[in-house]
Design a protein around this ligand. Structure first.
Ligand SMILES: [Zn+2]
Length: 280
């Protein structure tokens, strides 16, 4: 159950000649809590659920895929990745809201297609303190199972991690080239190193919380060059909750009860990570 959501709308107005300029409009009673971010190009509104105390960081949960991009199919043929990621993201958002220690938002709350740039843009515009992208894995080997957590790196931890990042980048229409000139690029690089370091710490924390409660892959922390993680410009991890190409994992991920241990581990890790960082 949510508290009444008032609207604090951050809108983007198009100036003359197609130049986009930021403008802020305040609507409704911001003091009671909610905030809705209106993004350009029909990305639609992003609702932020308030914490019990004001000024808490925003956790942005990103349910992978959506709309015309279904993600991986389940082995039973009855489910698709995009539906499971949305269900899990809603459960995690509800739990975080209930616990009340952080503010929480979703990149999509329904079956909508978003590019990776749109997802990352939401993170930047919200100035999210943490970005968590949720996915379900799939592999040709039907025995492959368990959860994996990916954090951003220039160098992939394995050929499989590199292939996986490439596939995810393709599915979200990522731009392949990054500009790398000038002092700005150097400063961005320093910030990016820090972003990678904190993200790797978050991945480790998450795996410690999940250990013993959730089945993990033998090397559960992987690194790869994910476009969406880089462009979020905030500590970010991508969680593969399990393999829907495996009958056991699929059966587990299809029910709320089956997803619950990972959802709880994610909530606890996210809260602990943000508490540690704000205490510094
Ligand atoms: Zn995916």
């Amino acid at each position: 159950m949510f508290a009444t959501v008032a609207l604090l709308t951050l809108s983007v107005a198009r100036g003359r000649g197609g130049v986009v300029s930021d403008a802020i409009a305040l609507i409704g009673e911001a003091r009671t809590g909610g905030l809705t971010l209106v993004l350009p190009d029909a990305v639609a509104d992003v609702r932020v659920r308030e914490a019990r105390l004001p000024g808490r960081p925003i956790v942005l949960i990103d349910p992978g895929h959506g709309g015309r991009d279904p993600g991986a199919p389940g082995v039973s043929g009855t489910i698709r990745e995009k539906d499971l990621t949305l269900a899990m993201a809603n459960e995690l958002a509800d739990l975080l809201e209930q616990r009340g220690r952080v503010r929480v938002a979703l990149t999509r709350e329904n079956d909508k297609y978003l590019t990776l740039d749109q997802r990352a843009s939401i993170a930047r515009r919200l100035q999210a303190g943490l970005f968590l992208s949720l996915h379900m894995d799939s592999a040709p080997n039907p025995l492959a199972k368990g959860a994996t957590v990916y954090s951003l790196s220039d160098v992939a931890s394995s050929a499989e991690a590199a292939r996986f990042a490439q596939a995810e980048n393709r599915s979200g229409e990522a731009l392949s080239s990054e500009p790398d000139d000038s002092v700005r690029a150097l400063l961005a690089d320093v910030a990016l190193r820090e972003q990678m370091e904190i993200s790797a710490g978050l991945a480790e924390r998450l795996l410690r919380r999940a250990a013993g409660r959730v089945e993990l892959r033998p090397r559960p922390h992987q690194f790869a060059a994910f476009h969406v993680l880089r462009r979020a410009e905030t500590p970010a991890v991508l969680v593969e909750a399990g393999y829907i190409s495996n009958a056991d994992d699929e059966a587990m991920l299809m029910t709320k009860e089956g997803r619950a241990p990972l959802v709880l581990a994610l909530a606890q890790a996210v809260e602990a990570d943000l508490a540690t960082r704000s205490a510094r």
